[in-house]
Write a protein that binds this ligand. Structure first.
Ligand code: PLP
Length: 524
């Protein structure tokens, strides 16, 4: 009999204990997020479905990338700075943005409301005026107004990255203070380049960029950023670096005649390790070849090496969120496969499974010694035939034989999923939003906050029903529902040495969560 543990060993060489990926390990038969959060303990305490947000992983991602950049600067001899910006559209949640900024990230906006958030965080002292705010995307009136409001309020490092010439004309006419500009490169639409998905709709052609440069020249404003984005989740480092080398040439030509131009921004694309267990990407190697190439084209033009800007969305936040979802029941699905029906819905909670056929890492919290099964996951809380994973053209998912109470962990869901699915409101088949546990680090403490699952009243209100709609519901719905059910503080568990083979007591939240458990019991 092949067990699930055998399967993982044969496929990924994982022996059952130790580091699984750069954000997940298994020790004493328990899965630990960031070497700290015992997922089974949380499932036991709070029940499933449960969304676990572990913010220290965001800090870790930013710090790691800054370290990779330092390594790359050393090995390539690159003189320019490295600027890490968080692309907030991956996850706008307050604790997420705050954590990324605290870790040192600059800010990248994609929408009018996004500038409103940045403005607010600046006023709150969370976003320092030293940081850049790169405003990308096509800009309607409200977006332009948001940028103007921020600049007129005194924020100097807001950069309007132009998507077309009309934006420029409006900003030139209406901005009373010196404003920083960027130009976003658009691949010539006459020449279709299938490698450059980001170039087909966004930004400006070289001819338009020249015009923009001329219109800005001689005003009080400055062009400082050249933006060249290739795509998202790019895993072919060599191809990516080659594509950016072409853009760097365009940068260097323009910078040679535009002395204010000093930042080369390669946008998004930095891949996350969250979608695949065997994921490998040489981050430092990619940055080294990028810096090497940029240095070379700058030398050819006889110009200084620019600061290199990365706008990381997915990379920053994908790993910090995990869903814990129970398998409610099973059904035979043909001779070789089983249906595992989830007490939840991946269609609602991880919509990219359908929209872009995204794969996620899904692991059982227990039962690794049980026999291997090939499985399709179906959402039990929708009756939509598309609510299944993996998609029919993909191989089935390996999981252990079903045991009652089986809980699956869905990893890598911290980027885009909650934003696309939406927070609040009514969802497909009225699938309620799951309970959340948000864990943040505050000095040497971990702070855990519980957010109650979405109640019927919230859904009904969103749909326009009045309170009487809930009259037939036996259990009285307490109103108003508190947003935060509990907040607990606990000492930060000591971390084990990364990759250490030595057996040691699991450094988990298990013990320290007792206080919260008592609190939860009191509440029930
Ligand atoms: C979406 C976006 C990003 C972030 O992309 P990821 O691949 O998630 O890192 C960065 N820059 C711009 C301009 C974007 O539109």
């Amino acid at each position: 009999m092949q067990t699930y543990a055998d399967y993982l060993k044969d496929t990924y060489g994982f022996e059952g204990s130790g580091v699984l990926t750069d954000f997940l390990s298994r020790r004493d038969e328990r899965l630990l997020l960031g070497e700290t959060v015992d997922l089974a303990a949380l499932a036991q305490q709070y029940g499933a479905p449960l969304e676990v947000s572990f913010c220290p992983l965001i800090t870790q991602q930013v710090q790691r990338m800054l370290d990779y950049a330092t390594l790359a600067q050393h090995s390539s001899g690159y003189q320019g700075e490295f600027v890490y910006a968080y692309a907030t559209k991956a996850n706008f949640s307050e604790e997420v943005v705050r954590t990324a900024l605290k870790a040192g990230a600059h800010y990248e906006t994609s929408a009018a409301a996004d500038v409103v958030i940045a403005h607010h965080l600046w006023r709150q002292g969370v976003l320092s005026a030293e940081r850049y705010i790169f405003c990308n995307g096509s800009k309607e009136r409200a977006y332009i107004d948001g940028i103007l409001a921020l600049r007129h309020a005194g924020y100097e490092r807001v950069v309007a990255v132009l998507d077309d010439l009309d934006e420029l004309d409006t900003l030139l006419a209406e901005c009373h203070e010196p404003l920083l500009f960027g130009v976003r490169e658009r691949h010539d639409p006459a020449v279709v380049d299938r490698d450059h998905a980001g170039g087909e709709r966004f930004g400006m052609t070289q001819a338009e960029i020249t015009q923009a440069t001329q219109r800005i020249a001689g005003t009080q404003h400055q062009l400082i950023v050249y933006h060249a984005m290739v795509g998202s989740q790019i895993e072919d480092a060599a191809k990516w670096a080659a594509r950016l080398e072409r853009s760097a040439r365009n940068y260097a030509r323009l910078a040679a005649v535009t002395p204010s131009l000093t930042l080369f921004n390669f946008g998004g694309g930095m891949p996350t390790s969250g979608y695949e267990l065997g994921f490998k990407f040489d981050y430092a190697g990619f940055l080294t070849s990028l810096m090497h190439n940029v240095a070379q084209v700058c030398a050819e033009q006889g110009i200084a090496q620019p600061a290199i800007v990365a706008e990381c969305g997915r990379y920053t936040v994908a790993n910090h969120n995990v869903y814990l979802i129970e398998v409610g029941t099973t059904k035979q699905a043909g001779a070789l496969e089983q249906w595992y029906l989830l007490n939840g819905s991946l269609m609602v909670s991880a919509p990219d499974t359908l929209i872009v056929d995204q794969e996620f890492v899904i692991l059982p919290l227990s039962g690794w010694d049980a026999a291997l099964e090939w499985v399709r996951l179906g959402g039990r809380r929708t009756c939509d035939s598309d609510d299944l994973y993996p998609r029919p053209h993909r191989p089935a998912l390996a999981l252990p034989r079903f045991q009652p109470g089986m809980v699956l962990a869905v990893f890598g869901v911290g980027a885009y999923q909650a934003m696309i699915g939406g927070r609040g409101g009514a969802h497909h088949c009225l699938n309620p939003e799951m309970r959340r546990v948000i864990i943040e680090q505050d000095g040497d403490q971990l702070v855990l906050r519980e957010v109650l699952p979405q109640g019927l009243q919230a859904m009904m209100t969103a749909l326009g029903y009045n309170r009487e709609v809930l009259e037939p519901v036996r259990q009285p719905v307490r109103q108003p529902l508190p947003v935060h059910a509990s907040v607990e503080r606990m000492p930060l568990p000591a971390r084990p040495l990364r990759g250490s083979r030595r057996r040691q007591p699991a450094p988990t939240l298990r013990g320290s969560l007792r206080a919260t458990r008592a609190y939860a019991a009191g509440r029930a």
